[in-house]
Design a protein around this ligand. Structure first.
Ligand code: GTP
Length: 284
């Protein structure tokens, strides 16, 4: 599901996440490993405040491994905790609890020192649409979603999902809006499928993809489409790809709609390899 965000939606989403924060010990902020910047909510630091947090670079299986390492270092250098995971296959998930326990050690020790009964760590998953929140919840819960009952004292009943003995997740994730400030972010979100195809101009998205690939992954383009020398002109490149892939009208002209579809599909299905669209340098 892709939500179109209006100021009213944003305010409501923010209120809902803020309410949930009161119930939990730690936030798992899910971002797309292919867009660790563009798939973050622009106000996330303000919304989450001082609550301990782990940034989870999800869909790491689809991202450029080298760039993922750079992103992990980027967050680490800024005092943030980040892990690369693949929620679909379940890779990297065992580190989440371990890291959460480490981050909450002082709090847990304090509770123990006061003689309080040990309890499970309570966590909330937050992230923009389509980033993999439900997949992660199901994975962590091992598809055996065990509701542990309501939390008293809140107006709306909240359900908890058990993750082993030591952790509980709120069953509904916090949905956040993506960044909208610049056009490139919109194109990147569209390319990775976070924005519904019907609300965007796919030709513009494909042109953006080609410019990006030409600048950062030229060899992948050459290899995939069998082009030895990439033309500088993007429309010429689109023509070449269209011709190579037989995207033609009945009159033998390039069918741009078809060529566009081919390129976007190739990006989304990893036929152009594992790609990362945000670079740490851009943030600096
Ligand atoms: N390759 C890959 N795909 C993933 C991963 N995690 C989730 N997906 C896929 O991404 C798509 C979106 O996942 P969801 O779990 O529905 O995302 P969500 O954040 O709950 O989405 P909303 O309900 O729209 O907020 C699905 O097709 C998942 O199968 C991952 O780690 N790797």
């Amino acid at each position: 599901m892709t939500i179109q965000w209006f100021p009213g939606h944003m305010a409501k989403a923010r209120r809902e996440v803020t309410e949930k924060l009161k119930l939990i010990d730690i936030v798992f902020e899910l971002v797309d490993a292919r867009l660790p910047l563009s798939s973050r909510n622009p106000m996330i630091d303000e919304i989450i405040g001082q609550k301990p947090r782990i940034i989870l670079l999800n869909k790491a299986d689809m991202a450029d491994h080298e760039r993922t390492e750079q992103w992990l270092a980027f967050f680490r250098e800024r005092g943030m905790t980040a892990l690369a995971i693949n929620s679909q296959a379940g890779n990297g998930l065992q580190m989440i609890l371990k890291t959460a326990k480490h981050l909450l050690k002082e709090k847990l020790d304090r509770m123990k020192a006061r003689g309080m009964k040990p309890r499970a760590i309570r966590a909330l998953i937050v992230g923009i649409p389509n980033v993999g929140k439900s997949t992660l919840i199901n994975r962590l819960a091992k598809r055996n979603i065990a509701k542990t009952g309501n939390t008293p004292g809140v107006t709306k009943a909240q359900q908890w999902i058990k993750v082993g003995k030591e952790m509980e997740l709120l069953d509904t994730p916090g949905i956040l809006w993506p960044k909208f400030e610049d056009e490139a972010v919109g194109y990147k979100l569209a390319l990775t499928g976070a924005i519904k195809d019907t609300i965007i101009n796919l030709q513009e998205v494909a042109i953006y993809a080609l410019k990006f690939l030409q600048a950062h992954y030229p060899e992948r383009l050459k290899e995939r489409y069998g082009i030895d020398q990439l033309p500088d002109d993007i429309v010429e490149l689109l023509d070449d790809i269209g011709a190579k892939r037989g995207c033609l009208t009945s009159g033998g002209q390039i069918n741009y709609d078809k060529a566009t579809e081919v390129i976007i599909r190739d990006v989304r299905t990893e036929r152009l390899g594992k790609l990362t669209f945000d670079f740490p340098e851009e943030e600096e």
